[in-house]
Design a protein. Sequence first.
Length: 279
Amino acid sequence: MKKLLAAVSLLAVLLGSAALIAQPAAKPADPKAAEKKENPAEEKEAKWYNPDYRPYVASFDELYKLGDDFANNKFRLALSNYQTGRSILDKMKEEVQRNKEEWADAKYLNEKWYWQTIDRKMREDRILLEKKNRAKIKAVTYFTRAINHLDEIQNRSFREKQQMKDLTASVYRDWIISQYDLGNLPQTIDLLERYLKIDPAFETEISPHKYLASGYGFKEAVAEKYNKGTEAERIFYKKNKNKHLLRATELKYKKDSPEYEHILELVNRDEIIATKPSP
């Protein structure tokens, strides 16, 4: 009897082991399935997949521009274009300096009359001016690209970073200087006004106000010469010209200086003439 019970117990153990062995192993967790459970919105959107979709209202689809990745990428592109523009200007300055030194050391034995020397120097000035303008036009192209990239950065926290402000200010300055030298005075006004808003400290710089006075003065002169725009627009140009002229003088010489008094007298005379009714 004991042998029979032992045999039955052994058989039960063997059958249990066989059942465990025959049981299929648990499948490893599918990471994609887990991801779908964690992102049900993406799973739902997958049903709407349309590679030809083009948004008519793009506001929602452009929200990615608020991200850090987009901002960093645009910043790098802006920096690259700015550095290229600066390299063009630096190379031009080196070449101009080299030309000046070469011409200064050269001997001009065939120049017997003073007018020959004058003609040569005028020719040299034209060559240098052409080199400068050609380089500045090319550099402005890269500065403009940099500005466009910076304008696309909509991430508010990124725009408040010091590196963002520093690059923006540098690009603006070189763009303004180059455009001004090329004779595009009115085009500099908008960027000069934007430059002053980057940092409150920039308002105390003299040069922005000098450039703005010239820009508004140029627009005023053109409007008066060719009778362009309304009277209100011409007065607007005049007032802004005088405002920035006075501010530049104040920053350099102080309000209690004779220089400021002189400019103030000129401005007052200009304002009186501007507001004097026509006979």
